[in-house]
Ligand binder design. Sequence first.
Ligand SMILES: [Zn+2]
Length: 255
Amino acid sequence: MPAALIDSHCHLDFEAFDNDRSEVLQRAKDNNVSDIVIPGTERIYWDRINNLCKSHQQLHACYGLHPYWVNKHNKHDIEILKEYIGSNRPVALGECGLDFRAQQADKKTQLYFFEAQLNIAINCRLPVIIHSVRATETVIETVKKFKDLTGMIHSYSGSSEQARQLIDLNFYISVGGSVTYDNANKIKKVAKETPLTSLLIETDAPDQPDKKHSGKRNEPAYIIDTVKAISEIREESVERVTEQTTINAKNIFGI
Ligand SMILES: [Zn+2]
């Protein structure tokens, strides 16, 4: 029996899966995916995640306020998040972080929500799932300010050098389908140089499909193609990459 795969980041609660969620879960199982971690995005969707994870033991909940939807959060949501986490213990807080794409210009508000959530994570002793787009340097500066923080940088897009700094700060580097594309030199370098003990794998489904499923809805069953790409880049067996990334996911999420 080969080691099972863990999808460390998948939005299985999204509407994109409403019509065939049980088939998606079955295909994941058929493709040796044992566990799926579902990150939170907005307060109104936490119950959806909670209910889904309560009825499927292979699904693991996280609650947080995603920086991409920063305009939809209000400051009171931070208080509600604290309470929600207190009564519905998740495997991590998130996703939270910074997204500095042009349309997401309100950096100050993003930083406010990011730091407030890092505080909660420390107080609740939870790992954090960090979303970082064009913001890796600021993410590094920010997490440095918080002692005893741990977590993952999901769908990592920074450099190998920045990855090393994040690993020193107790973070895992999570790699998704982007590594399968021919011209993805930066993430391929990260996948090669990051110690296997600091690597996680994810789909970020329904988004970010790998090359083989480009243009289609992504789903957890496809994660094997990302593992295959990583194992080729690293010149290590699929089995070894699977085994270690699963150990890493179990470590960070306590599953
Ligand atoms: Zn996500």
